[in-house]
Design a protein around this ligand. Structure first.
Ligand SMILES: Nc1ncnc2c1ncn2[C@@H]1O[C@H](COP(=O)(O)OP(=O)(O)OP(=O)(O)O)[C@@H](O)[C@H]1O
Ligand SMILES: [Mg+2]
Length: 353
């Protein structure tokens, strides 16, 4: 039997405007094309789908609609934990929703906090330091080149070829600029030179996933319940040197319609197995459910050793363009099948099917 589904998103066109708003202010919000495609996919499976803007109006619109479940892709508007706001409202209203919960969405929006959790579990993430002021001394163990990015943004906001800094002077210039623009702590990491791979996953862990990596190499690595999509590698050879061999905001917005990638990425079976294992471990330790995408760099100087950059529990779902959608296509999974796979996983978790 079909369910009554509310599709919750924050559309870029509905976003608040304010004085002195930067041009990239709402680059992580969604397009009506994505929302319409999600609604159409759910309707094609016999559900009723209604879009609702994910803001405080939900307090009135949801009790009227009385959905069985919400398909949530809200990125939120304000504050340090904005992606967790709508899920928090839904929990207060006791309405089930797809995807990760309040704690996970608040955690993973904050890259340094996520890295602390990964480091606690021995998962490889580039060494880092967080700057709240431009003149804080640089830790001695961080050596140039370094990579400078905002702590709590997505869609490559603040990421360009100039994010790579080679000297104290470049670091201080970039920090000054990023602190002023994004008004949040700025994350400085060791620059990982090498290939870039992202791995999408759908499902929920049903078996134990050993958490200690690599200290406990021999432990059972059970990833039951998770379905990995083919790894996607960015083909940097097709982009100008100005982009610095990183996946920039420009590539994710202006140039998104002409995205160059290898999918499935040409990876050895052993490396792919390790990336799957790391993806499952990140999914587990950050408390993800239903769907996520984990971004990696493979360090060329260490024989393609994988480093975890971040986990995205709300991966973009723009039809034909977003990484997760391209990964699904590469395994012959259509957009409708992808949306319904995520939805079905959530329905099973909530015991709605
Ligand atoms: N330490 C690093 N070393 C090398 N490149 C990096 C590093 N950190 C980030 N990058 C580059 O910057 C890009 C964006 O970084 P990151 O994935 O952390 O940000 P994001 O804006 O949240 O991405 P998304 O669009 O996936 O939400 C990465 O895909 C990678 O190309
Ligand atoms: Mg990323």
């Amino acid at each position: 039997m079909g369910l009554n589904v509310a599709v919750l998103a924050n559309l870029k066109q509905n976003a608040p405007r304010y004085e002195g708003m930067p041009a990239d202010a709402w680059d992580d919000l969604d397009s009506p094309i994505t929302v319409q495609a999600i609604c159409a996919a759910l309707e094609a499976s016999g559900h009723r789908a209604t879009f609702l803007e994910g803001n405080l109006s939900l307090v009135e619109t949801l009790p009227k609609l009385k959905p069985d479940i919400c398909f949530n892709i809200c990125e939120g508007h304000w504050g340090d934990s904005r992606e967790s706001h709508v899920p928090a409202l839904l929990e207060m209203m006791r309405i089930p929703y797809t995807g990760s919960g309040v704690l996970t969405l608040a955690l993973t929006l904050d890259k340094p906090m996520t890295k602390r959790v990964l480091a606690f579990h021995g998962l490889p993430t580039p060494p880092f330091q967080v700057f709240e002021r431009v003149d804080e001394p640089l830790d001695e163990d961080l050596t140039f080149p370094l990579f400078v990015k905002p702590s709590r943004e997505g869609t490559g906001m603040g990421v360009s070829g100039s994010s790579i800094v080679h000297s104290e002077a470049e670091l201080r210039d970039r920090l000054a600029e990023q602190l002023a623009h994004y008004r949040q702590p700025i994350l400085v990491e060791r620059f990982i030179r090498g290939r870039e791979v992202t791995i999408g996953v759908i499902g929920n862990l049903s078996g134990p996933a050993a958490r200690r990596v690599p200290r406990d190499e021999a432990a059972d690595r059970v990833q039951a319940g998770l379905r990995f999509l083919p790894a996607l590698e960015v083909d940097f050879s097709k982009y100008p040197p100005s982009e610095g061999g990183v996946y920039t905001n420009r590539m994710k917005t202006e140039w998104a319609h002409d995205f160059h990638r290898f999918c499935p990425a040409p990876l050895s079976p052993a490396l792919l197995a390790r990336l799957h294992w790391l993806t499952a471990a990140v999914f587990r330790v950050t408390g993800c459910v239903d769907v996520a995408r984990v971004d990696f760099r493979l360090d060329a100087e260490e024989g393609d050793r994988p480093y975890i950059l971040e986990v995205n529990p709300l991966p973009g779902l723009y039809p034909g363009l977003s990484d997760l959608v391209l990964e699904a296509e590469a395994m012959g999974m259509s957009y409708n099948e992808l949306i319904n796979a995520i939805f079905h996983t959530a329905c099973v978790r909530h015991r709605l099917v």
